[in-house]
Ligand binder design. Sequence first.
Ligand code: A3D
Length: 320
Amino acid sequence: MARPKIALIGSGMIGGTLAHLAALKEMGDVVLFDIADGIPQGKALDIAESGPVEGFDAALSGTTDYADIAGADVCIVTAGVPRKPGMSRDDLLGINLKVMKSVGEGIAAHAPNAFVICITNPLDAMVWALREFSGLPHNKVVGMAGVLDSARFRHFLSVEFDVSMRDVTAFVLGGHGDTMVPLTRYSTVGGIPLPDLVDMGWTSQEKLDAIVQRTRDGGAEIVGLLKTGSAYYAPAASAIEMAQAYLNDQKRLLPCAAYVDGAFGLDGFYVGVPTVIGANGIEKVVDIKLSKDEQAMFDKSVDAVKGLVAACKEIDPSLA
Ligand code: A3D
């Protein structure tokens, strides 16, 4: 059987890291696409030349021609611009919306059966726009943010509790912005919910609140340190986890920016929710019960995304 084909639209910091991870994990053959001629070809060749040392057989190629993504099983989209210090994700909207139009049309023309994972910011609005421009089914177009935000939350928690990251589960829902909703009640250490751990005296409410805030600011913390761009190792690892769930029909329960129609009181809207990812893409949106406070935070986050979607429609009336 032929190896799966993974197309990476955008070959910058995240795109290059995605290609490296996909090759190391032998997920399939990788095509790097970018408008900056030379970058995708150079990264593809460089990673391919590590194959004999690492022991992988995946084929890697780079291109500026959408025809070369033909028949891709998975497309991961990072095309666009990242944040610089002082910028919010929302500042990227105007530039990246235009990019989503060309990417959506390219995918629709050459890889209409792919599972498409969007990473470009502002995430929730861009995945919505990408779906609109591509016309692909909603269950096949999804945004990566929740896995990353939850991974950041899990990392901070494992350091606080001094336990293995493998034993910490966490959920971050809502839009991928300052209003994201880290759900402490559904986050656990070895199955023990965080509020119980506070009651047990293993940590304090103040420390937990600080970790929640650090999670919300996780992207900005990295931007502030790097100064030249935004995070790429953890974002790439997170999207790879989603791609593997699809390619291997794993039925993973992962928080993603998915199209929600009916659950959470929403009617046809992209935002971060718990989903099941398998061979049919987003196979289920898990409609968990939120407390009054959690619902208020979620609603605020949804409103922030609605504002961004409205701004997209103003910039490009074809989306209205
Ligand atoms: P960067 O290293 O600048 O790579 C972006 C690439 O996109 C560059 O190589 C550009 O040449 C290319 N590009 C620009 N326009 C086009 C186009 N029309 N078609 C194809 N390629 C194009 O950025 P990065 O890889 O660090 O980040 C990529 C995106 O991911 C940015 O929008 C970030 O804000 C976003 N991001 C999202 C998260 C989430 O958790 C959602 C995390 C980190 C970064």
